[in-house]
Design a protein around this ligand. Structure first.
Ligand code: GMT
Length: 376
């Protein structure tokens, strides 16, 4: 069985989640997995005999205003590759993981060790951050040097070719869901605490960055609230949280909106939700929406990026133009005001999510690994 190094961001965020779940899924199948990052990934919480975690740490010298993480990461990859005899390295999120992988690969070459590496593009590494003039040369170069390149949606593949002058073949392997965790749970007792009078529950979860447009969730909720008894759960935290709280204090009833902060057991909150809202400016995939659908929650989203690849108009939810809060509210009311309609959307959401199960997607990665490792 192959020995695979995985590099990812360990923080809350879809790319780290996918990298971790992928590693766990591969380990269950017998692969030896070595996570290499600066902190234990947050979903890597239990012992597994095939999983190893290697922390990238270094003493920061007073000279450094900016700790040289990329250098430390490359050094750690070299060390682990030689020690564990890695067959392959899989890095998630191009910046700075792909360039660190390339440096490590070149160092290993001087030691007669060939370590092929695959870069998985996740989103803002291409659509936002990666388009920064400062990053373009390095991101372009490290994508070109990757032995394999995957993206999480067709839309992201298209954006990559549009924004970067590269010729590499990009393999689309969509994100996936572990249904042993994300499934409809019975949390009715919990529901009554939030919605004492059986109000509908609308939920949003994100890292509260500008790109998520959380203000649209609040504005939409206010419009829905004019017609329907409802509560809003805002899950997560980030730079925009304070502005959003201010907005909600100005325009919503205090008891209607609950800011829950970062929550580990998202599936328990999804279990009591009737509708999930994701009004992002750009979203290469929208893993949070897929998690909601797996828990039988229909989705109101924008039609940006890869969202139309998972949320199906009029079937699993509705899609609106970015910022069209009015349309989002009309659609939310359509779904929430009739129990039969709501039930139909819930069932459809689950059926759509099942197309993205871990069992269906994992073999796509395994086949791709074989192809890259055996490439001459
Ligand atoms: O690119 C980001 O904003 C961060 C990244 C992450 O680490 O969560 O999110 C992206 O990757 C996720 C996993 O593939 C996707 O589900 C998200 O849609 C994508 N975010 C954006 O495109 C904004």
């Amino acid at each position: 069985m192959m020995k695979i190094g995985i590099v990812c961001y360990p923080t809350y965020g879809g790319s780290g989640v996918i990298a971790t779940e992928l590693g766990k899924g591969l380990a269950d199948k017998g692969y030896e997995i070595h996570f290499i990052t600066y902190k234990q990934p947050f979903r890597l919480d239990a012992f597994h005999e095939n999983i190893f975690f290697h922390e990238v740490n270094f003493t920061n010298y007073p000279l450094f205003d900016y700790p040289p993480y990329e250098t430390a990461l490359a050094g750690k990859i070299v060390d682990i590759a030689l020690y564990a005899k890695l067959d392959l390295l899989h890095v998630h999120y191009a910046i700075p993981h792909a360039s660190a992988a390339y440096i490590a690969q070149q160092i290993l070459k001087t030691k007669n060790y060939h370590l092929p590496f695959i870069t998985t593009l996740h989103g803002t590494d291409i659509t936002l951050v990666g388009r920064d003039e400062t990053f373009i040369p390095v991101v372009t170069f490290s994508m070109e040097q990757s032995d394999g390149l995957t993206s999480v949606s067709e839309s992201l593949k298209k954006d990559t070719y549009k924004n970067f002058n590269i010729k590499n073949e990009i393999e689309v392997i969509p994100n996936f869901i572990d249904f042993s965790r994300f499934k409809k749970l019975n949390k009715d007792h919990f529901r009554t605490v939030i919605a004492r009078n059986n109000e509908k529950i609308i939920m949003h979860t994100s890292n509260f960055r500008k790109v998520k447009r959380v203000e649209d969730v609040v504005n939409m909720f206010c419009k829905v609230r004019e017609k329907i008894e409802a509560k809003l759960l805002l899950v997560g935290d980030g730079p925009e949280r304070q502005n959003i709280e201010k907005l909600s204090r100005q325009i919503c009833k205090p008891d209607d909106v609950h800011f829950l902060g970062k929550q580990e057991a998202v599936e328990e909150l999804l279990a009591i939700s009737d509708l999930f809202v994701l009004p992002s400016e750009t979203e290469s995939f929208g893993l949070a929406a897929l998690e909601a659908m797996a828990c039988e929650v229909p989705v109101i989203s924008t039609n940006s990026g890869g969202l139309p690849e998972i949320n199906i108009q009029g079937v699993t939810g509705y899609l609106s133009n970015v910022g069209d809060v009015e349309d989002m509210a009309v659609n939310a009311i359509k779904i929430l005001s009739d129990e039969n309609v709501l039930l139909k959307f819930k069932k459809n959401a689950l059926a759509q999510a099942q197309k993205f199960s871990l069992e269906k997607i994992l073999p796509q990665y395994e086949n791709y690994y074989e192809k890259i490792v055996n490439k001459k």
